[in-house]
Write a protein that binds this ligand. Structure first.
Ligand code: SER
Length: 316
C-alpha cells in the first residue's frame, strides 16, 4: 500500500502528477502539499500546507502519514532564480536536503526533478550526452547540478532510493509554468486561443528541447516503478522528446489559427537559452527503463489547441 506526498502540488508539474497518481493509487493515498492553498483542480483530495524548507513540518507529516514515496517538485525556476539568486539557492537546496534526509531516516522512496539547465555554454549543444561538460551559468542550473550530486551521494552512502529526470521544457494545458525560460512555449498557445498576438521573449531561432506533459508524467511514473537493479543513473537521467524553436511552434499553431501574429523581443532569458542544449541524447533512459516519448510537435500543438479551446472558447 503506497502513501505518497507531493511537495509543490499546485505547480505546473505538481498539478498533473497529483491527478495521475491519485488515479493510480487512490485519491486518499496521495497527499498534495504546497506553500499556498490548493488550486481548484487538486482540491478534491487530501491537502496539507507545507513550506518545503520547513523540516520540522515535513517530519511531522511523515510521522503522521508514513509516506512510502515523496515527489519533491517545489523549486524556483531559471528566469525567476536570476532575480534573487541566494533565495533560489536556499530554497532549491535546503528543501532537497530535507527531503533526502526523510528518505534516509524514514525509508521513503524519493523523486526529484532535475533539468536541461544543468548544462551550460561549454556543453556540446546537439545530442547532449548523459555524461559531459556541464558548467551551468544560472543559479537554477547550479542548484540542479548540485542537487543531482546530493541525490547520488544519498543513494551511495545511505541507500536512499532516489530517482530523477532532467526534464526539457514542459508544455501542458492544465496549469501554467512560473518563471522559466521555456514558459513561452505554453504562453503562446493561450495567446493564440485568446485571439491575441504574442510577443516572444526568445529569438525566433532559439532551439530548445521540449516535451508534452503527458510524456513527462509517464516518464516520471515509469522511472519510479522501474526495477531498481536496472537503474544505472542515480544522479539524473537525460530525457528527450522533441526540439523546436519559437518560429516552429508558431508555424504549427498558424496551421489552425492563420490570423495569429507573433513578434520577437528577446530579453535576459535569451541569454539563458543560449547556454542550454538544442537537443538531448536520452539513450540511457531508453535502455535502462524502456523510455519512449509519444508526442512530437504536431501532436503536441493539436492536443494543446484542442484542450485550450474547450477551456477558453466557452469563456469568450
Ligand atoms: N523549464 C525550466 C525553465 O525554463 C527548465 O527546467 O526554467
Amino acid at each position: 500500500m503506497e502513501k505518497i506526498l507531493i511537495i509543490g502540488a499546485s505547480g505546473q508539474l505538481g498539478t498533473e502528477l497529483t491527478l495521475k497518481l491519485r488515479e493510480l493509487f487512490g485519491t486518499e493515498n496521495v497527499i498534495a502539499s504546497d506553500i499556498h492553498e490548493p488550486s481548484a483542480i487538486i482540491k478534491d483530495g487530501p491537502f496539507e500546507l507545507l513550506d518545503a524548507t520547513d523540516k520540522n513540518r515535513l517530519i511531522q507529516l511523515t510521522e503522521q502519514y508514513q509516506f512510502t514515496q515523496i515527489y519533491h517538485l517545489a523549486a524556483i525556476l531559471s528566469a525567476k532564480g536570476e532575480q534573487n539568486p541566494k533565495f533560489a539557492w536556499d530554497l532549491n537546496m535546503n528543501s532537497l536536503l530535507n527531503v533526502l534526509d526523510i528518505g534516509k531516516d524514514y525509508g521513503s522512496k524519493i523523486y526529484w526533478p532535475s533539468s536541461i539547465a544543468v548544462f551550460g555554454p561549454d556543453t556540446p549543444r546537439d545530442d547532449t550526452p548523459q555524461y559531459t561538460v556541464m558548467n551551468p551559468d544560472t543559479v537554477y542550473g547550479i542548484s540542479k547540478l548540485a542537487g543531482e550530486r546530493w541525490c547520488k551521494y544519498y543513494y551511495k552512502h545511505y541507500g536512499v532510493d532516489v530517482r530523477s529526470l532532467r526534464y526539457p521544457g514542459l508544455i501542458g494545458y492544465k496549469s501554467k509554468p512560473g518563471g522559466g525560460t521555456t514558459d513561452y512555449a505554453v504562453d503562446i498557445f493561450w495567446k493564440a486561443i485568446s485571439d491575441e498576438s504574442y510577443d516572444c521573449f526568445l529569438r525566433e531561432d532559439a532551439m530548445l528541447p521540449m516535451m508534452y506533459m503527458d510524456d513527462a508524467v509517464n516518464a516520471t511514473i515509469q522511472l519510479m516503478q522501474a526495477d531498481p537493479e536496472k537503474l544505472t543513473v542515480r544522479s539524473s537521467y537525460n530525457l528527450a522528446a522533441m526540439s523546436f524553436t519559437p518560429a516552429m511552434v508558431y508555424e504549427a499553431i498558424q496551421k489552425r489559427y492563420p490570423d495569429f501574429k507573433i513578434s520577437y523581443t528577446p530579453d535576459f532569458r535569451q541569454e539563458i537559452a543560449d547556454g542550454w542544449p538544442n537537443s538531448i541524447d536520452d539513450s540511457q533512459a531508453r535502455k535502462d527503463w524502456n523510455w519512449k516519448p509519444e508526442f512530437d510537435l504536431k501532436r503536441l500543438a493539436d492536443t494543446m489547441l484542442m484542450h485550450l479551446e474547450e477551456i477558453l472558447v466557452p469563456m469568450k
